[in-house]
Design a protein around this ligand. Sequence first.
Ligand code: SF4
Ligand code: SF4
Length: 344
Amino acid sequence: MDTDTVFFVPWDISGNMLERSKELYKRAGTFDVVSPGDKVAIKLHAGELGNPNYVRPFFLKHIVDQVRSLGGKPFLTDTTTYYPLQRNNAVDHMETAVANGFGFAPFIVADGLRSENGISQPSPDPLLSDVEVAGAVHQADAMIVVSHLKGHPLTGFGGAIKNVGMGCVTKKTKLEQHRLLDLVVHEDYCQGCGTCVEACWLDVPRIESDVMVIDSPYCMRCPICSSVCPEGAITLENRDRILHGLSVAAKGVMDTFPPGKVSYVNFANDVSTVCDCAAAQGDKYIKDVGIFASHSPLSIDALGLEHIDYGHLNRLHGVDCTEQLAKMAELGTAGSRSPALEKV
Ligand code: SF4
Ligand code: SF4
């Protein structure tokens, strides 16, 4: 299977993008991963309720239909989120998926009701203690990873690597990745105002002797408290480590599939500065680009980044998005940081 080529259809405002996507999958061999009888996980991000930036359901419907026509048993899947918005548990997640248009196929929340369904796998790198793969992903025979490209305040960019590394693991491994960041409270700046205490959704910070203190193992290193602090007293540091953690977790998940049983599709339309998981949609800073397909998360994200002005995301979010690629390559992932591009 060729992992060094990425196939691409440009976003054509005068054409039918569903028909164009069918040509793309044919050329890329997207469905070659499916054998008759396979339980096929179609990994997507169902979108946060109220944020319109996610892959349109009709594209997923075609993928489901195509898997069925090949004798596979497709199911849509995603995992519960660590943060308490609309997809924090399986019930709310499934309701969100239906509300966002994904009620046309079985939607299985891969890590269970409250993220209790995970299978620990060895980590391919000492950065993580292990990789707890969401049960339904671990048990699938094949997977098609459908990702929507976007910016992200912590990881700079989200594509296929993030969809697998953060999106196919349990809350335990999500937390471990986030805690690769260091949260630093600059005591000289802190005025003890308590704004961060009110803003934290996990009730983690407290004020002691007029200074904010965080010593809980549950602090998820989200950017909420640092973004509301009026004094700039909270910073998240060692940012590269969470990008590397994403890649380590992604490799750990991929290693549970036999070679040739996972393919990737990246949608670069409605690309915004923030993640689909945010309640607010963020700024759509570039025109719609197109759809990519490949058999390597490294190759597909490398070309996606090239096409969505990742320098803008680097400057905005203060990270180097390409660190995700560097770590994937270091881990020996099949594919290339400079793959060939074939236009369809
Ligand atoms: S919001 Fe900032 S200044 Fe206020 S208590 Fe928290 S860290 Fe200190
Ligand atoms: S980073 Fe701040 S807001 Fe987020 S969980 Fe930790 S203390 Fe709470």
